[in-house]
Design a protein around this ligand. Structure first.
Ligand code: GZL
Length: 319
């Protein structure tokens, strides 16, 4: 290589060095739109995402949508304007995302779904979805009830259901999975089903209405999350009944409050739904930004915790 060419090459490298160094040192920036702060599960999920971002050295721009889709759309548009490296969000409901996800694609910002899924015309609008299998969670709830009902063959059981947020993936899928399984025993009938919006307050309010109806005896409550079950437990007690005994209660999430209710004999089983997705989400985001291949669907391993194991398991619970 001639001296001139060598000199030009070294100069070029010297000019590029700060740019390369800057790119290499610049922390990855993630825009994260969270559903809200409606339940113990959601608070644990938020804590996991924030802690994992800190741990990974990722700059997190976090927006709480207070369970409103329009706030999530606004947050995603803000992230696009801020030119973040990646957008992650837990969609409060399944539909209504095509337009804003097309805007993210036009801005060449990859999108990752966490916790809940979306219904979009073009699945390539998001790179990957990391979250639980809610249909399977509903099936697990149904299987637990089938096994319990089998101890008293032929007995009719009237079930009331507290659904999650209307239009949300967990509400749609947990209902679907539960019904798919309990249809094996026609004596198990869902006599009332209404949304308690995943909150304790609304869960209590709707359970009060179920109890006031009085036309049919309630044998079982199936709640799509522990917070609504805990609210319903208050309503059942205020009606002079014994939760967990007069009314068998099945719920989902596996938060500490559920284990405490099981220890008190007021809840019969909780189906785990793991909120601690933060570390996996940050690892996924790094791969996506680096253009590495990632799985379209990443699920999490989850268990079933009946009251019999609550005392042993409570000390191990992380949320
Ligand atoms: C499930 C999550 C649900 C929880 C609720 O992954 O989306 O939302 O079950 C939370 O507790 O409000």
């Amino acid at each position: 290589m001639t001296t001139t060419l060598l000199r030009r090459t070294l100069l070029g490298a010297a000019l590029l060095a700060p740019l390369v160094a800057t790119a290499a040192d610049k922390p990855l920036v993630m825009g994260f739109s969270q559903v809200g702060a409606e339940s113990e599960w959601r608070s644990a999920n938020t804590a996991s995402v924030k802690a994992a971002a800190r741990q990974a050295g990722i700059t997190l721009k976090f927006a709480d949508a207070q369970q409103k889709q329009e706030n999530q759309v606004k947050a995603i548009r803000t992230f696009i304007a801020q030119k973040v490296d990646v957008i992650a969000f837990s969609p409060v409901v399944e539909s209504g995302w095509d337009t804003v996800l097309k805007e993210a694609r036009a801005a060449r910002i990859p999108v990752v779904l966490t916790d809940r899924a979306v219904n979009v015309s073009d699945p390539s609008l998001y790179v990957s979805f990391i979250g639980s299998d809610f249909v399977e969670e509903g099936r697990k709830a149904g299987r637990w009830l089938l096994e319990r009902a089998a101890k008293n063959p032929g007995a009719s059981l009237n079930i009331v259901e507290l659904q999650g947020t209307v239009g949300s993936a967990p509400a749609i899928d947990r209902k679907k999975g539960f019904e798919e399984v309990i249809k094996a025993n026609p004596k198990l009938q869902v006599i009332r089903s209404q949304s308690g919006e995943f909150t304790r307050a609304k869960g209590k309010e709707v359970m009060e209405a179920f109890l006031k109806a009085k036309d049919k005896k309630i044998d079982v409550l199936y709640a799509h999350n522990d917070d609504m079950a805990i609210g319903a437990i208050q309503a059942i007690e205020e009606a002079g009944l014994k939760p967990g005994k007069d009314i068998t209660i099945i719920s989902i999430d596996g938060v500490k409050g559920a284990f405490q209710a099981m220890l008190a004999g007021k809840l019969n089983v909780t189906i785990e739904c793991n909120p601690l997705l933060g570390p996996q989400l940050m690892e996924l985001a790094r791969k996506v930004v680096a253009g590495q291949p990632v799985e379209k669907r990443i699920t999490v391993i989850e268990g079933v915790f009946p009251a019999e194991v609550a005392a042993k398991e409570l000390p191990n619970r992380k949320y």
